[in-house]
Write a protein that binds this ligand. Structure first.
Ligand SMILES: Cc1cc2nc3c(=O)[nH]c(=O)nc-3n(C[C@H](O)[C@H](O)[C@H](O)COP(=O)(O)O)c2cc1C
Length: 320
């Protein structure tokens, strides 16, 4: 299970930062692989409404959003936003990221493409504000719900604390640790005990990506599926992305991943090697290794069909 934290406060050592750190520590105890984006320090340009995304599903603006944020949103199974209230909503830097997620909204609703993790990604909000009006978090919650929908995450709830102004003051909230324990258990518990599958290729830009995407779509939240390569390419092959788009499955923004990039604690129960025998070199220790030995001369469409059949066989053996 991969969790991405979006830390929206510009204040170092502040309340949002504390909440997110405390949540992530608990999430890791459920086996989560966690990363945090310090949103206020990321170079993300605000949307200037070129509306290219509505037609093509891409954004011409070049910045960190394009370089890695879309990809990190796609990789995560849980996205946790931690933020202070600024004028009844999120700080501007996070709002820029949210507005730029219109690209993902467009791919989902205009181009009708399906993110392989849709249907099981979850979004959670941690928030603090200084005042105590009954409607303090309403603006944020509405924005968060709409953002989570755009990134294909179901809104899984929030922990919000009012009357919190001084740096670190949130630590003194009575019952805070229990709240965080409960939230982590509710969100991560169901994800914790799934069999782990590693789809391993060489470049992680063709069959191993297709295999992971089909498994994610077909197995839903019953499996923790990760895809990696022993010598990853810079990008997924455009032919792979196009062939999967033919199935309405969206691999855009995903990047080949190296084995070294996986947490050392990641021990797959099943390793599915999509390349020819022996091509992946030293594999990580796995419960069971399955070699597909796929032919290397297939067109992307033929490869997709072959991979789909193998995934169906793998899943029917696994869940019989
Ligand atoms: C620019 C700015 C706008 C703010 N707007 C609000 C607001 O509308 N309502 C509120 O209750 N607190 C507001 N606050 C206070 C913060 O939400 C509060 O101090 C919070 O605890 C800061 O969290 P942090 O330590 O994670 O940055 C604002 C603070 C700043 C700097």
């Amino acid at each position: 299970m991969e969790i991405l934290g979006l830390q929206a406060s510009p204040r170092r050592g502040g309340n949002s930062e504390y909440l997110l750190k405390a949540f992530m520590e608990r999430a890791r105890s459920y086996g989560a692989r966690t990363t945090v984006l310090e949103v206020s320090r990321a170079k993300i340009k605000p949307c200037i409404e070129l509306t290219v995304c509505e037609k093509k599903g891409t954004c011409p603006l070049r910045d960190e959003m394009a370089d890695h944020v879309y990809g990190r949103l796609r990789r995560a199974e849980i996205v946790v936003v931690a933020s202070p209230v600024f004028f009844y909503n999120f700080p501007a830097q996070l709002k820029a990221l949210i507005d730029r997620s219109q690209v993902l909204w467009s791919r989902k609703y205009r181009l009708k493409l399906k993110d392989p993790k849709s249907g099981r990604r979850k979004g959670f909000l941690l928030a603090v504000g200084a005042t105590s009006g009954a409607r303090l978090f309403e603006g944020m919650e509405l924005t968060a719900r709409y953002f989570f929908d755009a990134i294909d995450a179901a809104y899984a709830g929030s922990l919000t604390y009012n009357g919190i102004e001084g740096k670190g003051q949130v630590r003194q909230v009575p019952g805070l640790e229990d709240d965080l324990n409960r939230a982590a258990a509710d969100l991560c518990g169901p994800f914790g005990n799934r069999p782990k599958v590693l789809c391993l290729g060489k470049k992680n830009s063709g069959a191993s990506r297709m295999a992971a995407a089909f498994m994610q779509v077909k197995a839903g939240d019953r499996l923790d599926v990760v895809s990696a390569g022993t010598s990853p390419a810079a990008d997924i092959r455009p032919e792979t992305v196009a062939a999967m788009a033919g199935e309405k499955i969206d691999l855009a923004f995903q990047r080949p991943r190296s084995l070294a990039d996986l947490s050392p604690d990641f021990r797959p129960d099943y390793l599915v090697a999509t390349t020819a025998a022996g091509e992946t070199g030293d594999d990580p220790a796995a419960g069971r290794k399955i070699e597909w030995n796929l032919a290397s001369n297939l067109s992307a469409e033929k490869l997709r069909e072959e991979v789909k059949t193998r995934v169906d066989q793998f899943l029917s053996n696994l869940f019989k």
